[in-house]
Design a protein around this ligand. Structure first.
Ligand SMILES: [Zn+2]
Length: 95
């Protein structure tokens, strides 16, 4: 039997939106993995987690992605987090 595990749908959706709205269009001051993970962590600390079993996680994430209130909350928190990390990256600012 495989190990039981759960996934946080909010995290999946937030990772997806961070990529589509910031990383892919090149909107981050720095897109290194350290900055990306810092942005994700800051944003997720201000968003309610939604846990589901991994078995149903993927399907559920797709449905949640089209939850407009969640998407709006995620975008708002990502904007705050991206601004905070751009102002204070945990490494030297790129010149
Ligand atoms: Zn960086």
């Amino acid at each position: 039997m495989s190990a039981m595990s759960v996934v946080n749908v909010t995290e999946q959706v937030t990772r997806q939106i961070l990529y589509e709205a910031y990383v892919q269009p090149g909107r981050l001051a720095c897109a290194c993995l350290l900055c990306q993970e810092d942005i994700l962590a800051i944003a997720l600390n201000h968003l309610p987690p939604r846990y589901v079993s991994r078995h149903t996680g993927e399907l559920y994430a797709k449905a949640e992605y089209f939850n407009l209130q969640l998407e709006s909350d995620v975008l708002q928190q990502l904007a705050r987090a991206a601004q905070a990390v751009a102002a204070h990256p945990r490494h030297e600012k790129p010149s």
